[in-house]
Design a protein around this ligand. Structure first.
Ligand code: BGC
Length: 892
């Protein structure tokens, strides 16, 4: 057999005007960025075509501190470096802004292409003492219970002219939405987001020049409880965890055309910042929001409003050293969902309609509803659920305390209303109490999640698989709301470390998550220091049986897996440097729990023990830890992988002593694993798909080639014996298909993937899922819901199969950090005759498109400039491809 290359790629001679730069970014921000947290930001750009080795990059920039003169600078850089190129100039000052372009030029500095689009970025408040504003909030004694009536804060400022430049630096203890002169600032939600507030809170920067005018201007702030003092979590939850008092931090800085500057700070001492109760009677992220329009204060965020009956604010102390510039992007409204159907299903006691609205897609979203025809005091209620009970009623049991129930009370005026400080995970809404008929014209429904750039796509000729992939994307979007959560609907929504440990590689296939997860890792480290281990979820709040963090395999291994995944995707060693203490502390901690033979079987000593292959489908609904695979096996396998990664990380960072120590540990753990859990005939002490999958995928059998083959054969046999049904829980699921492919069993991998019997991925799809479920059978075949108290329809963990789909159906997989070298190895099977995938690497978009035509596999591969693709098709010799688009044919 041999491969023939059609139309071998020819790199055309380079002529002036052709060498375009297609992408120009700073750090890991998507596009222009205000309020960045570093004085020496790195920049990256992407070449559309190969550039001659002796060409150069002309980097031109204009930098300016507010009130100062613009300074123009330029420098020439080698073309070979295009990713995270170090800052070439004096460090930026706080607030300093930069407009930059890059352009390819010849060795003699003649342009070889157009300059890139201009990139605009700006330093945030970099120094502790730049934070002059205080956090301010209610000055009356507030109830210390939940469901507090929420305040509004306002002030007015006089400007001598319309400013040419204006920034609002905004943060809160609690949640905040700002308005200037009656108009909302930005389109973000749930600002400042959830961080470990004891250690840090994010301060967001907004360009508000357009909103301001000469003369009086009003600033208004809605305040919410959010994660800061709202009720967090399950088993009753925990309220007021970070503090009892909420407050807004607002610093408005303006610059006039003549270069003069002026600043205004939220404070409690000048008596111009005032507070009063507003129309939000209470709001809980999970339970929902109650709004009484009769309490609205018309014009409160406009100038000239009479606030003489408002009280001066109180200061809420917060250490300014803990105010940070975000590395991540805010939660924001994205596209809208229109109702698929609106059905009148009943009547209220007042004879008003009760409607069931199906939005067709489960996700984190909020309804904006037209409140019309209501008399003052009349209410409209909205219930949000993921699924319906078999009798067609809304399924609220699975939400537990998080009932997602909004109540709007009218003031008799026509209005559009959306909750501000609650978020809902739903597909269906029950809307009660509007007069007349409810139509789609009365409803807008907006999707919310943190802003991230899409990184990868996948499409196949199989519509069920496409839906499965889309479900993984939707579960990711639903749960990437400020922090990576387990689920977006019930009274939980926590940053479970195990879930993201298993899903991080898939997440980075789907979106650019460098900023998002990098930011969360800071909180993992902060909690590790505070609690002495990597907690079950981060930010950690003591809840129920989970109140005392213990080192748990897989969950704790996120400390190593997440930084490693980010590094492999971006090639950015800074994430490893930033996470190094986290990595090392986890490895060292668990080393102390190993038995002499290197097996992790001595801790934790807490009520649930290790979680093992959590939610193994063989476990009873009310006891997800009763998996078939020994917990010590799972724990030792994951810890082995962490040691492998930690050893590599230490090596990359030049920490040679640690690297040596981790290597010894790795070998000891491997030896212990082999001795305790594997047999010479290739079988394992736990004869389960999970056990073989972990041993193979983590490389524990790499030194035992015969056992490796036998283990692969046994895994394939187990799949055949199960009739193609999945038998793994959270821990095993991401690794079963990779392990089958690694040992030459693609057919069994496809059998598992394409099964529609329960438990399987496509069973969920067949049952109408639009997201990935927490349990294989969250909904049973007869439409009843799993009786377990933990039954979500939107957990990303089992969607980790999308990683294999990108790597083995699409065929794209990084083999060197930052995709410098990547593998193109699609496996034809599962009845699929066409697939295409792409991934935005740091060097540009890589893509694979294949189709089977008769006996021929036709492959088109796009290789970004600066990278190399290794094409590996089973039974063919592998081949290397350089930049460009290549067509290859493989005759079978
Ligand atoms: C969460 C999981 C989490 C688990 C920990 C559940 O309640 O929803 O996804 O990892 O608890 O065991």
């Amino acid at each position: 057999m041999n491969a023939t290359t059609h139309a071998p790629q020819v790199v055309p001679a380079v002529t002036a005007g052709e060498l375009a730069i297609t992408r120009f970014t700073v750090e890991h921000y998507p596009g222009d960025a205000l309020g960045i947290g570093t004085a020496a930001p790195r920049m990256s750009w992407v070449y559309a075509k190969p550039v001659p080795a002796d060409a150069q990059i002309l980097l031109k920039l204009t930098r300016r501190v507010p009130g100062g003169k613009p300074v123009e600078l330029e420098t020439y850089l080698p073309v070979a470096d295009s990713v995270l190129v170090p800052w070439q100039f004096e460090p930026l000052a706080s607030r300093e802004e930069v407009y930059a372009t890059v352009q390819v030029v010849s060795a003699s500095h003649q342009p070889l292409g157009e300059p890139s689009e201009t990139l605009h970025f700006e330093a945030g408040l970099l120094l502790e003492h730049d934070h002059v504003a205080d956090f301010v909030g209610p000055s009356w004694p507030e109830a210390r219970s939940d469901h507090r009536h929420l305040p509004l804060v306002r002030t007015e400022v006089g400007l001598r002219d319309k400013p040419v430049r204006a920034r609002l630096y905004l943060s809160a203890l609690g949640l905040v939405e700002a308005e200037i002169n009656g108009v909302k600032v930005g389109n973000d939600a749930l600002i400042p987001g959830w961080t470990n507030y004891e250690k840090r809170v994010e301060c967001w920067t907004y360009d508000v020049a357009d909103a301001l005018t000469a003369g009086r201007n009003a600033l208004g702030f809605w305040l919410g409880d959010g994660w800061f003092r709202g009720r967090i979590g399950f088993d009753g939850g925990y309220a007021n965890y970070y503090g009892d008092n909420i407050g807004v931090f607002a610093q408005l800085e303006v610059e006039y055309a003549d270069g003069g500057t002026e600043a205004f700070y939220s404070n409690s001492w000048d008596r111009t910042w005032k507070v009063a109760l507003g129309p939000i009677v209470c709001s809980d992220l999970c339970e929902g929001e109650r709004y009484d329009a009769r309490l609205e204060r018309a014009g409160w965020s406009e100038p000239g409003f009479d606030d003489s009956d408002w009280e001066p604010v109180s200061e809420v102390f917060y250490n300014p050293a803990n105010i940070e510039n975000p590395e991540t992007s805010p939660v924001r409204a994205h596209e809208e969902h229109k109702p698929l159907s609106i059905a009148r299903v009943g009547e209220t006691a007042q004879g008003r309609g009760v409607w069931l609205v199906d939005f067709g897609q489960n996700c984190s979203q909020r309804i904006r509803l037209h409140m019309r025809g209501l008399a003052a005091g009349e209410t409209v209620e909205l219930h949000h659920v993921e699924v319906l009970e078999p009798d067609g009623s809304i399924a609220t049991r699975t939400l537990r305390r998080g009932q997602q129930h909004d109540v709007y009370t009218s003031n008799g005026q026509d209005a559009w209303w959306e909750p501000r400080f609650a978020m809902h995970g739903f597909r269906y809404a029950q809307i009660e109490g509007l007069p007349g008929e409810l139509t789609a014209d009365d409803i807008e429904c907006r999707v919310y999640h943190s802003v991230m750039d899409r990184a990868g796509e996948l499409e196949t000729s199989d519509s069920l698989l496409n839906r499965l992939h889309a479900n993984a994307v939707w579960s990711m979007r639903s749960n990437f709301v400020s922090i990576p959560t387990d689920c977006p609907q019930r009274d939980e929504r926590l940053g479970w470390t195990g879930d993201i440990c298993l899903f991080a590689p898939t997440a980075s296939y789907l979106y650019d998550v460098q900023g998002f997860l990098g930011s969360w890792l800071k909180d993992v480290r902060a909690d590790q220091i505070k609690w002495g281990t990597v907690p079950f979820y981060v930010p950690f709040v003591p809840l129920g049986a989970w109140a005392h963090p213990q080192a748990i395999s897989t969950w704790g291994d996120s400390a190593v897996e997440v930084p490693w995944t980010l590094y492999m995707d971006s090639g950015d060693a800074k994430v490893l440097e930033d996470s190094y203490d986290l990595v090392r502390a986890w490895i060292d901690e668990v080393a102390g729990y190993l038995s002499d033979d290197g097996v992790w079987d001595r801790r934790p000593d807490f009520v649930l023990g290790q979680l093992g292959d959590w939610l193994d489908p063989a476990a009873p609904p009310d006891d997800p830890t009763q998996a078939m695979t020994e917990k010590e096996l799972v724990a030792t396998a994951f810890y082995y992988r962490s040691c492998v990664q930690a050893q590599a990380i230490a090596g990359i960072l030049g920490r040679d002593d640690d690297a040596e120590r981790f290597a010894e540990l790795r070998d000891r753990v491997c030896a212990g694993f082999l001795a305790r859990f594997t047999n010479l005939d290739g079988t394992m002490s736990s004869d389960t798909q999970c056990a073989y999958a972990l041993a193979i995928a983590f490389g524990l059998l790499d030194g035992e080639p015969v056992r490796l083959i036998k283990a692969g054969n046994r895994l394939a046999e187990l799949v055949r014996l199960s009739g193609g049904r999945v038998s793994t829980g959270f821990a095993g699921t991401p690794f079963v298909l990779p392990a089958l492919s690694m040992t030459g069993h693609d057919k069994e991998a496809y059998d598992l993937l394409t099964s529609t019997e329960c438990p399987s991925w496509l069973y969920q799809v067949k049952m109408g899922a639009t997201t990935t479920w927490e349990r294989w059978d969250s909904m049973r075949e007869d439409g009843t819901l799993n009786p377990g108290g933990m039954t979500s329809f939107n957990h990303y963990a089992l969607g980790s199969v999308a990683e294999w789909m990108h790597a083995r159906i699409g065929g794209l997989e990084a083999i060197e950090p930052g995709w410098k070298r990547f593998r193109v190895s699609p496996r034809v099977g599962g009845g699929i005759d066409h697939a295409s995938t792409s991934h935005v690497t740091p060097y540009g978009k890589a893509a694979v498109d294949w189709k089977v035509a008769g006996d021929v596999l036709e492959l088109t591969v796009t290789v970004p400039v600066g990278t190399t693709a290794i094409v590996e098709i089973p039974d063919y010799e592998s081949r290397e491809l350089g930049a460009g688009e290549h067509r290859l044919e493989f005759h079978r």
